[in-house]
Design a protein around this ligand. Structure first.
Ligand code: NAD
Length: 260
């Protein structure tokens, strides 16, 4: 379905980003991976995905917290892949703390990695998409882009901001065959959520299994974690021809969480 297209997925050495990169590669897209981690492990991911999907898979470790680095990363991907047709802004971190104790450095890092990197990536990728009159931008947001939870002021603010950015850019590029959408998952069991289970256990002074049951999945009516593959399948659909009129939306995939 995506043969001949090129996709950049930020934060794709782990979790949801890696799942989306894998699903896009299986549809025939060439891929630029990004994110942190052990160099040998990342090379193993890169080479096995290239072999399995029969596409070009490259990797660049640009730091998404730095605007200049994000824009240089997009240019590098354009040069290496012959253009960026699909941009998935997925890189993200979390930090949990009451707002009055929230460390300013953590606040700034979350805004930079989640919201500002989406702005810089979109800004750098749009001219090429407009030139080719085709593009797909997916901002990997969260149910926390639609509703809040206590102790997550930075994350909830950045994720709500990403939805505003999604809507605004969708309107600006609607006549250029470029769609811009936000995917808003509930809880998906990735390393990011494993960290939150530990953090919430400290904040609430509870054991981990109680946190999973009573804090994490308390807001998710279907009472199970969402699978990475479910989120990746939605991303693939949004990249296809049948999704060409879906733009400026925030699509929840959250087991009913935001229906409350
Ligand atoms: P993860 O921790 O498994 O993956 C995060 C990725 O981002 C990793 O590849 C990491 O190396 C990368 N990253 C972090 N800081 C970076 C930086 N400065 N520069 C470049 N890469 C960086 O987390 P995940 O759960 O897969 O989260 C992916 C996205 O999905 C995030 O935006 C997160 O907010 C969102 N999300 C996750 C869940 C969930 O339940 N896991 C739910 C909703 C939304």
């Amino acid at each position: 379905m995506l043969k001949g297209k090129s996709a950049v997925v930020t934060g794709s050495t782990s979790g949801i980003g890696l799942g989306i990169a894998r699903a896009l590669a299986r549809e025939g897209a060439n891929i630029m991976l990004n994110g942190f981690g052990d160099a040998a492990e990342i090379e193993k991911i890169r080479s096995s995905l290239a072999e399995e999907a029969g596409v070009k898979v490259l990797y660049d470790g640009a730091d998404m917290s730095k605007g200049d680095a994000v824009e240089a990363f997009i240019k590098k991907a354009e040069d290496a892949l012959g253009g960026v047709d699909i941009l998935v802004n997925n890189a993200g971190i979390q930090f949990v703390s009451p707002v009055e104790e929230f460390p300013e450095a953590k606040w700034t890092a979350i805004q930079n990695i989640i919201l500002n990197s989406s702005f810089h990536g979109i800004k750098a990728a749009l001219p090429g998409m407009k030139k080719r009159n085709w593009g797909r931008i997916i901002n990997l947001v969260s149910a926390h882009g639609l509703v809040a939870s206590p102790f997550k002021s930075a994350y909830v603010s950045a994720k709500h901001g990403q939805i505003g950015l999604t809507k605004t850019v969708a309107l600006e590029v609607a006549e250029s065959n470029i769609t811009v959408n936000a995917i808003c998952p509930g809880y998906v069991r990735t390393p990011l959520v494993e960290g939150q289970i530990d953090d919430q256990a400290k904040v609430h002074n509870m054991p981990r299994d109680k946190v999973i049951r009573e804090v994490i999945l308390a807001s998710q009516p279907n009472k199970r974690f969402i699978e990475i593959e479910e989120v990746a399948a939605l991303a693939v659909f949004l990249c296809g021809e049948m999704a060409k009129s879906i733009t400026g939306t925030a699509i929840a995939i959250d087991g009913g969480w935001t229906a409350r």
